[in-house]
Design a binder for this molecule. Structure first.
Ligand code: CTP
Length: 410
């Protein structure tokens, strides 16, 4: 269990919407209060059908805010102040209806208004019938909210109150508590890269053959996205330039989606100046010369011959950008044998400061997989890192970068 003393003195505004899981909030309030947090609650009209204002008031030891137009509530505390007088807003249960209203930016009751007016982070604990959760409308609303920075805990899979089985059960009170504690731990963690600007490239590039076909590669973007997120967590201001992936945007990063290597270079150059550049993208070395602006047809003359032209090398360009050169440039090397030897030569050839080398031979699952085994090659020599998850590789690389800026290690 995470260290929960981080909750001491924290002010939580708990929005309780109308779902059967609302009863679990009472337990959540107790556990939060036990750990020294203060809890103020907003109860929706539907929420009050499931838990009584009296129970919520007794446990929070505070007024329960229910009505946008209540003169007493407004005279005690206006909805704007209510929304800002907290360290974190927690919506539990977050119903399909409230998520939809949040996504649409509605302000048709006190809960929605507070969520729209706030300048504080928001954590939602969705709870609903499995079909409602899986409905494309709810999924799109949730994805949009997460893109805007809303955090989520759950829903869990299980037997539902309505008798169906699947994802939709609200996370348990202790899981919500952990997520709340996790937010504060992260927020209060040291930010050694604060004030530094970072650029990360990630994913594959798509090089068009004609309007419907392209040349690409198997890069999933997992490693690059994880690095962007890890640098942002340490306080860096991160721009992530990424080819097409199936990954959500990493929190706290400015994301610039691109398709071709040339677009990637332009987006990288537009992001300069930066202190740190990490090129983790699997950039296509070649593009099709003279791509067709019409779909290539079978005209009986046999397959077309594709001729290729060399793409710009983004890592080498950034490494040799003169006055605009980032002070630390990190490249990746995907090799299929003599990994350290080839990667060391690549470092010299491209002019970057560090190379993270990994083995992508057949049989390894580096491309698309969750793990990575890497060697960090710097001036000072080679560090062989154990096989780790890509998130752990990213966290260690970000820490190493932070150390570099703190004591100017190689
Ligand atoms: N890279 C880049 N632009 C390119 C090609 C590669 O920025 N046009 C970057 C990658 O993001 C990575 C590093 O260069 O950081 C190494 O890429 P890799 O594909 O391993 O090396 P290549 O340059 O393709 O060399 P080789 O094909 O000889 O292995």
């Amino acid at each position: 269990m995470a260290e929960t003393s981080v909750l001491s003195g924290k002010r939580i505004l708990l929005v309780i919407a109308g779902g059967i899981a609302a009863y679990k909030c009472l337990e959540l309030i107790r556990r939060l209060k036990e750990r020294g947090a203060s809890v103020r609650a907003v109860l929706t009209k539907a929420g009050a059908e499931f838990v009584t204002p009296l129970s919520v008031q007794a446990l929070t030891e505070d007024t329960v805010y229910q009505d946008l137009w209540s003169l007493t509530d407004e005279s005690e505390m206006g909805h704007i102040q209510l929304s800002r007088d907290a360290d974190l807003l927690v919506v539990a249960p977050a119903t399909a209806n409230l998520l939809a209203r949040m996504a649409a930016g509605m302000a048709d009751d006190l809960a929605a208004t507070v969520l729209l007016a706030t300048d504080k982070p928001v954590l939602v604990a969705p709870a609903m019938n499995v079909r409602m959760w899986e409905h494309p409308a709810t999924q799109a609303n949730m994805a949009l909210l997460e893109k805007r920075g809303v955090r989520r805990v759950g829903p869990n899979k299980g037997e539902m109150a309505c008798g169906e089985y699947g994802p939709g059960r609200m996370a348990e009170p202790m899981e919500i508590l952990e997520a709340i504690a996790g937010y504060f731990t992260e927020r209060d963690a040291p930010k050694p890269l604060k004030g530094k600007r970072a650029l990360v490239t990630s994913g594959p590039t798509y090089e068009p053959i004609d309007p419907v076909r392209y040349i690409a590669n198997r890069s999933s973007g997992k490693q690059g996205h994880a690095i962007a997120e890890a640098l942002a967590r340490l306080g860096a201001e991160v721009t992530l330039v990424t080819g097409p992936t199936h990954l959500p945007d990493p929190p706290g990063c400015a994301v610039r989606p691109i398709e071709t290597a040339r677009e990637m270079l332009a987006a990288c150059e537009a992001a300069l100046p930066v202190d740190i550049a990490v090129c983790a993208a699997a950039v296509a070395d070649w593009r099709v010369a003279g791509e067709s602006d019409r779909k290539l047809k079978k005209d009986g003359g046999g397959p077309p011959a594709l001729s290729l032209a060399e793409n710009p090398d983004i890592l080498a360009t950034l490494s040799n950008a003169g006055a605009k050169r980032p002070s630390l440039v990190v490249g990746f090397a995907a090799e299929t044998g003599s990994v350290v030897e080839y990667a060391t030569a690549k470092r010299a050839r491209k002019g970057c400061d560090w190379i993270v080398a990994n083995d992508v031979s057949l049989g390894t699952t580096t491309f698309g997989g969750a793990d990575n085994t890497v060697h960090l090659i710097r001036n000072g020599g080679v560090e062989n890192w154990p096989t780790m998850g890509k998130d752990a590789v990213a966290a260690r690389l970000a820490d190493t970068i932070a150390q570099h800026f703190q004591n100017k290690t190689p």
